[in-house]
Design a binder for this molecule. Structure first.
Ligand code: DX5
Ligand code: ZN
Length: 230
């Protein structure tokens, strides 16, 4: 079985109690904090910046923080997120004028870097930078909002990227973002993903009776992943 990681998107958390929500979801067995940054320019929504990332670290969050930049341009804000405690910083090729330079900037800032592909963005951008990415994130919805439905053509795209990663021999994580739920996570894993962002599916399924509120839904996802072939 692959080393699967579950990455709750805090976009669907209760922002008024964000520290507690993140502590709970990690204590419930999730692995990575997925941190969606939107600028009301590259995507039609506005969310959170480096101050909130830093606040989570100060709150005591030790888990990896996966900063997904849906902003344009990206370079100005990358070092700020590195200082704020990001582990991964990923961005969309459309958000950068010089992709190789932006990837290098993430690395030079001390973080792991990745490229994000929208459902209709071709994978060509990967060709010359496979040796420079730690993560490839495929969007299975158009970026900007939580709670959208999974776009099924992403499954073929996942299979394509899985082959590229395996051929590279490098330990690149293959992350999927958008519409991931308990009832499709197994199929998504079988298509090649190893890192699963889930926002609404996790944060809408909190149970006051669970020790850390989200144990049942995280366990349900892990049980499905344990059945995945491949
Ligand atoms: C969308 C964001 C996602 C989003 C996923 O632009 O990148 O991370 O929060 O939300 P769900 O899991 O609800 O589709
Ligand atoms: Zn995201």
């Amino acid at each position: 079985m692959r080393d699967y990681k579950i990455a709750p998107s805090i976009l669907s958390a209760d922002f008024a109690r964000l520290g507690e929500e993140v502590t709970n979801v990690i204590a419930s067995g999730a692995d990575i904090v997925h941190f969606d940054v939107m600028d009301n320019h590259y995507v039609p929504n506005l969310t959170i910046g480096p101050l909130v990332c830093e606040a989570l670290r100060k709150h005591g969050v030790k888990a990896d923080i996966d900063v997904h930049l849906m902003v344009k341009p990206v370079d100005r804000i990358i070092p700020d997120f590195a200082k704020a405690g990001a582990t991964y910083i990923t961005f969309h090729p459309e958000g950068s004028e010089h992709i190789d330079r932006s990837l290098q900037l993430v690395r030079d800032s001390g973080c792991k870097c990745g490229l994000v592909f929208n459902p209709a963005t071709p994978l060509d951008y990967l060709k010359y930078v496979m040796d420079k990415v730690d993560m490839i994130l495929l969007m299975s919805v158009n970026p900007g909002f939580g709670g959208q439905s999974f776009i099924r053509s992403s499954l073929d795209k996942l299979r394509e990227v899985r082959k590229l990663i395996d051929a590279s021999g490098r330990p690149i994580r293959l992350e999927i973002d958008g519409g991931v739920k308990v009832d499709n996570i197994r199929e998504i894993a079988e298509a090649g993903a190893d890192t699963f962002v889930a926002g609404s599916a996790i944060f809408s399924a909190g149970k006051p009776g669970d020790p850390n509120r989200y144990n049942s839904v995280v366990k349900a996802m892990r049980d499905e992943l344990a059945k995945a072939k491949g």
